[in-house]
Design a protein around this ligand. Structure first.
Ligand SMILES: [Zn+2]
Length: 81
Protein backbone atom coordinates (compact mmCIF):
# COMPACT_ATOMS: atom_id res chain seq x y z
CA UNK A 1 0.00 0.00 0.00
CA UNK A 2 1.24 3.51 -0.78
CA UNK A 3 1.68 5.59 2.37
CA UNK A 4 2.59 9.24 2.91
CA UNK A 5 3.56 10.04 6.51
CA UNK A 6 1.68 6.92 7.52
CA UNK A 7 -1.60 8.10 5.95
CA UNK A 8 -3.05 5.98 3.13
CA UNK A 9 -3.07 8.06 -0.08
CA UNK A 10 -6.74 7.31 -0.66
CA UNK A 11 -7.73 8.75 2.72
CA UNK A 12 -5.57 11.82 2.14
CA UNK A 13 -7.13 12.43 -1.29
CA UNK A 14 -10.62 12.07 0.17
CA UNK A 15 -9.74 14.54 2.92
CA UNK A 16 -8.35 17.10 0.47
CA UNK A 17 -11.33 16.70 -1.83
CA UNK A 18 -13.77 17.28 1.02
CA UNK A 19 -11.79 20.27 2.32
CA UNK A 20 -11.73 21.87 -1.13
CA UNK A 21 -15.43 21.31 -1.59
CA UNK A 22 -16.18 22.84 1.83
CA UNK A 23 -14.07 25.90 1.08
CA UNK A 24 -15.74 26.34 -2.28
CA UNK A 25 -19.19 26.11 -0.80
CA UNK A 26 -18.25 28.55 1.93
CA UNK A 27 -16.84 31.16 -0.43
CA UNK A 28 -17.72 34.83 0.14
CA UNK A 29 -18.16 37.66 -2.32
CA UNK A 30 -16.15 40.85 -2.02
CA UNK A 31 -18.92 43.51 -1.99
CA UNK A 32 -16.64 46.10 -3.58
CA UNK A 33 -15.28 44.35 -6.66
CA UNK A 34 -17.48 41.22 -6.72
CA UNK A 35 -14.57 38.77 -6.57
CA UNK A 36 -14.96 35.44 -4.81
CA UNK A 37 -13.04 35.50 -1.53
CA UNK A 38 -12.26 32.63 0.79
CA UNK A 39 -13.62 33.03 4.31
CA UNK A 40 -10.07 32.79 5.68
CA UNK A 41 -9.11 36.02 3.91
CA UNK A 42 -7.20 38.33 6.28
CA UNK A 43 -9.16 41.31 4.92
CA UNK A 44 -12.48 41.41 6.70
CA UNK A 45 -14.72 43.90 8.42
CA UNK A 46 -17.91 43.76 10.45
CA UNK A 47 -20.81 45.92 9.43
CA UNK A 48 -24.31 45.62 10.80
CA UNK A 49 -24.65 42.03 11.92
CA UNK A 50 -22.59 40.59 9.10
CA UNK A 51 -18.92 40.04 8.40
CA UNK A 52 -17.63 40.95 4.97
CA UNK A 53 -14.49 39.61 3.30
CA UNK A 54 -12.33 41.41 0.76
CA UNK A 55 -9.69 40.41 -1.78
CA UNK A 56 -7.31 43.21 -0.75
CA UNK A 57 -6.90 45.87 1.90
CA UNK A 58 -7.72 48.47 -0.74
CA UNK A 59 -11.21 46.98 -1.25
CA UNK A 60 -11.71 46.84 2.51
CA UNK A 61 -10.82 50.51 2.88
CA UNK A 62 -13.18 51.51 0.08
CA UNK A 63 -15.96 49.59 1.81
CA UNK A 64 -15.24 51.09 5.22
CA UNK A 65 -15.33 54.63 3.83
CA UNK A 66 -18.95 54.16 2.70
CA UNK A 67 -20.44 50.72 3.50
CA UNK A 68 -24.03 51.61 2.55
CA UNK A 69 -23.00 52.57 -0.94
CA UNK A 70 -21.30 49.23 -1.63
CA UNK A 71 -24.11 47.21 -0.10
CA UNK A 72 -26.71 49.02 -2.21
CA UNK A 73 -24.56 48.46 -5.27
CA UNK A 74 -24.41 44.74 -4.55
CA UNK A 75 -28.14 44.41 -3.91
CA UNK A 76 -28.87 46.04 -7.25
CA UNK A 77 -26.87 43.35 -9.00
CA UNK A 78 -27.97 40.27 -7.11
CA UNK A 79 -31.29 39.16 -5.69
CA UNK A 80 -30.16 35.84 -4.26
CA UNK A 81 -30.10 37.03 -0.64
ZN1 LIG B 1 -11.93 43.28 -4.10
Amino acid sequence: MLLLFGIPIGALAAYLYKRDRDLTRDVRTDPVCGMKVRPDSPYETDFGRRRYHFCTDSCRRKFNSDPQRWLRHRQAESTDE
